[in-house]
Write a protein that binds this ligand. Structure first.
Ligand SMILES: [Zn+2]
Length: 321
């Protein structure tokens, strides 16, 4: 489900030193930006996302790109990112900078899809369904993830990058929790089981917070990526095993097809992150298309959650008769 959305958003700028930014011309050009506009030494300082510094660095980026093109060299990356046609202007004292417009727009469309998920779970699932709160919290975390993603792709500096990473990893942890909660209804069956369930949730939250704290002390992109991808794969395996068991036991139903669609969308989206190419029209890179590909996920998840809640309600009624 939203599993993979975060999954690969964690993959993005893994490498910081790139061919473009280590090119002597670019380095000299950036030095002039620092001198002329008082831009920071630190490459990911906030001021680099404000319009004079950003526009100055953008000019350096595209002049470097033109040099590479003139020599017939492949388009270089800068600080782990491709060159993008960005939007930068001032409204009075307010600098408007949108560094990667396509990723921002697609993140906002994902945010919209999460509002649909939230609304549908709220409206179409009975309050006494065992997982209503779990799915609602999924949507709430989805808001944080997509706001963090939109802000990060609009203004990339150290804080927005951390928030995007932490939110993305947070939803990976939560997706794992939701998968366990969904596939093990016994956890919600009586007070003692609910206590075990809550303990499991607390342990998982503690692990997540420990992970975030360790990243804050020392950002390790490789470790973060391994953990989040590993957990996402486990989550996908849990759902797959559950679906296979349901089918083998003669309980195939339309919601299982929806679940496979969700897993398929996740996998398809993941492929965009594996592919890495310079932005088409300096706008659509593989990462932005990865964000575009996950837009249907919350909509499908809403269908799945509602169908399963209905199925369980009917099964209970049938059992009662
Ligand atoms: Zn992203």
């Amino acid at each position: 489900m939203i599993i993979f959305l975060a999954l690969l958003s964690v993959l993005l700028p893994v490498a910081y030193g790139s061919q473009g930014d280590s090119f002597a011309f670019f380095q000299d050009c950036a030095t002039f930006c620092r001198r002329d506009h008082d831009c920071p030494e630190f490459k990911f300082g906030y001021a680099w996302t404000t319009s004079p510094c950003f526009q100055c660095r953008q000019n350096c980026v595209f002049e470097t790109v033109r040099t590479f093109e003139a020599y017939g060299w492949p388009i270089p990356q800068f600080f782990g990112k491709w060159p993008f046609a960005s939007i930068a202007f001032d409204i009075g004292p307010l600098p408007i900078v949108i560094q990667e417009p396509a990723s921002v727009v697609f993140s906002l469309l994902n945010l919209w899809a999460v509002t649909v998920l939230h609304q549908k779970i709220n409206d179409d699932i009975d309050d006494d369904y065992r997982l209503k709160g779990v799915w609602l919290n999924y949507a709430r975390i989805g808001y944080l993830v997509w706001i963090a993603s939109a802000v990060f792709h609009a203004r990339d500096f150290w804080l927005t990058e951390y928030l995007d990473y932490f939110a993305a990893c947070g939803v990976v942890f939560y997706a794992f929790f939701a998968a366990v909660s969904f596939t093990l209804p016994v956890l919600q069956s009586n007070i003692k089981a609910i206590k075990i369930w809550l303990t499991f949730a607390a342990l998982l939250l503690g692990t997540y917070l420990f992970h975030v704290a360790s990243l804050l002390l020392s950002m390790d992109y490789g470790h973060n990526m391994t953990l989040c991808i590993g957990l996402s794969i486990i989550t996908a395996v849990i759902y797959t095993l559950w679906a296979v068991r349901e089918i083998l036991q003669g309980r195939n139903r339309p919601s299982i097809t929806i679940l496979f669609k969700i897993l398929g969308v996740g996998l398809g989206a993941a492929l965009f992150e594996v592919l890495d190419f310079p932005p088409i029209f300096w706008t659509f890179d593989a990462h932005s298309l990865f964000h575009a590909a996950t837009i249907p996920t919350p909509l499908l998840l809403a269908q799945f959650a509602i169908a399963e809640a209905d199925y369980e309600a009917k099964a209970k009624k049938h059992h009662a008769i």
